[in-house]
Design a protein around this ligand. Sequence first.
Ligand code: 2HA
Ligand code: ZN
Length: 272
Amino acid sequence: MVLAAEFMKGFIRMADDGCRQGWHERNGGNLSYRLKPEEVDAIKPNMTPAGHFIKIGVKAENLAGEYFLVTGSGKYFRNIAAAPQDNLGIVELDQQGEGYRIVWGLEKGAVPTSEFPTHIMNHRVKKAVTKGEYRVIYHAHTPSIIALTYVLPLTDKEFSRVLWTMATECPIVFPDGVGVVPWMVPGGSKIALATCELMEKHDVAIWAHHGMFCAGPDFDTTYGLMDTVEKAADIYLRAMSCGQGIRQTISTDNLREIASAFHVKLREEFLD
Ligand code: 2HA
Ligand code: ZN
């Protein structure tokens, strides 16, 4: 039974948690998970593959034949738990890694998220650079990060520095910092390519005036990353709202001390 699978329960709980955070107004945000071979085998009897593959608009050879659980286009996160089969689906990629077909869910004519090209390209990059470890790609409309994209210079360094210094744990949680995609039209292959380029180096890509993408090995880590980065942005806004600017902060030397104490390697180009 597909709905009883652990990966399905974890996916739905993460979607609900994000919803309660206020990150998923209306149909905002989307989530995808790359199934493990044993998870695919366990639900094979419940799959009813659609006849033909539909082009995604991007190509990921290293994902050929893989299966993904993904939110539906236009679907509301708040409805996922009540009707997973209408709001989520499992899709299979073709042998070229450029087309998909629905094998479970997305009932009543639904299709994968409008950001499916970005999800697939991020999975492609993350599967390669983490040697298959990463499986989750999460997009949310996180208000404090969006607010920061109106006031900070849109550079990887500026955002990484500000976010690292807004809580002592930040550099430990995301030692590779964050990447920033300038404002672009969402939903297509152009923004997918810009995003996955940043995912070669970071687990977080911020979309200016739109939201955030996070990548990780499992639901807890990926959700926790989104939560940590958004909280750091929130702390910056609160501190700046006091009207005196930042009077003291975690210094570059402090960052190096954290890196050495916790055995993480901070991205050197952001430390000067
Ligand atoms: O799913 O968040 O970026 C709606 C969106 C598009
Ligand atoms: Zn969005």
